[in-house]
Design a protein around this ligand. Structure first.
Ligand SMILES: [Zn+2]
Length: 308
């Protein structure tokens, strides 16, 4: 082998290695099609955010690195959610300038039975622990030397969870789950889309900002989570509405099954000493609902009701 041939082999190996690190992740056709629906939101969506007080929002054009993360999150969705998005998602948009409280909007789009999903762009790089902790802490007011609430979902990203939650709203609308109020997921818990049945309506679990109540001094947090531990709700946000209950339960179930996420809500002292830990995915009344979740996730598209 001549020096020139050796050089060519070396050149090919080095160049190949450089290209290999730049080759984009390959996604299946369904994920590629969904990625193709990323784009600016409609004027109507922008207006909805502005009417909610978010004046500084602007369209965020995703980078190649962000697109790869979004693709991975879409590819991680259960088959049902992927099919539903494939059939009903018109537009997936990301916005800058959204405050932390506003994370996502799933709304009917111009075409009947179609939806747009609009997300806060910074969610693409947020951990699930940070996202959930911030959401939970907004319910409580600080107390001097009082405890702290922290949610951990080790190693998990917020984006797959949010996309799962939002796409489950599209599933819910397409199957008409909460409209009938007789679905096994909600019949024993909800008497209307926002009205809880007894005893849940009078439980402490339904006394938070997610039910329109004011902030709770954080030294009362333990009594709230003690009530949640005995309830069928996987998160406090589940109590906001029947639709949120379904989206939260399905999202958490899939996080547990697919990502093996061991979600823990921890109350600790101001010095960081653990007071009490809760594992919502293992709450007995939550576990009782998993059969209905499994059944929902295995539903064929032909079972879909007409969307509104
Ligand atoms: Zn929701």
């Amino acid at each position: 082998m001549s020096w020139f041939s050796l050089f060519m082999v070396w050149f090919a190996v080095v160049v190949g290695a450089v290209f290999a690190s730049e080759i984009p992740i390959l996604f299946d056709d369904k994920t590629k099609l969904l990625l193709g629906r990323i784009g600016p939101p409609s004027k109507k969506v922008i207006q909805e955010f502005e009417q909610a007080g978010m004046k500084g929002i602007r369209y965020h054009e995703v980078t190649d690195a962000e697109r790869a993360k979004i693709g991975a999150a879409l590819a991680s969705l259960p088959d049902l959610q992927q099919r539903i998005l494939f059939e009903h998602l018109d537009r997936l948009s990301f916005l800058d300038g959204m405050p932390g409280e506003g994370t996502a909007l799933t709304a009917p789009s111009g075409n009947v039975g179609s939806y747009s999903i609009t997300l806060r762009a910074s969610i693409i790089d947020e951990s699930l622990s940070d996202f959930l902790t911030a959401k939970e802490r907004r319910l409580f007011s600080a107390v001097k030397d009082g405890p702290e609430v922290t949610v951990t979902a080790e190693g998990q990203n917020a984006l797959p969870f949010i996309l799962l939650h939002e796409s489950t709203h599209v599933v819910d609308n397409s199957f008409g789950i909460r409209r009938g109020l007789s679905h096994p997921l909600i019949v024993h818990i909800w008497k209307g889309s926002h009205d809880l049945k007894d005893p849940h309506s009078s439980s402490l679990v339904a006394s938070t900002g997610f039910r329109g109540q004011s902030k709770i001094p954080v030294d009362h947090a333990q009594s709230i989570y003690d009530a949640m531990e005995k309830s069928p709700f996987v998160s406090l946000y589940s109590t906001a509405a029947a639709s949120e209950d379904i989206a939260e339960l399905v999202a958490w179930y899939h996080e547990g099954q697919y990502f093996n996420a061991g979600v823990v809500i921890e109350i600790s002292t101001a010095q960081g000493k653990t007071i009490k830990r809760y594992k919502p995915l293992e709450f007995p009344r939550v576990v009782e609902r998993y059969e209905a979740v499994k059944k929902l996730l295995s539903m064929p598209s032909s079972a879909m009701a007409k969307s509104d």
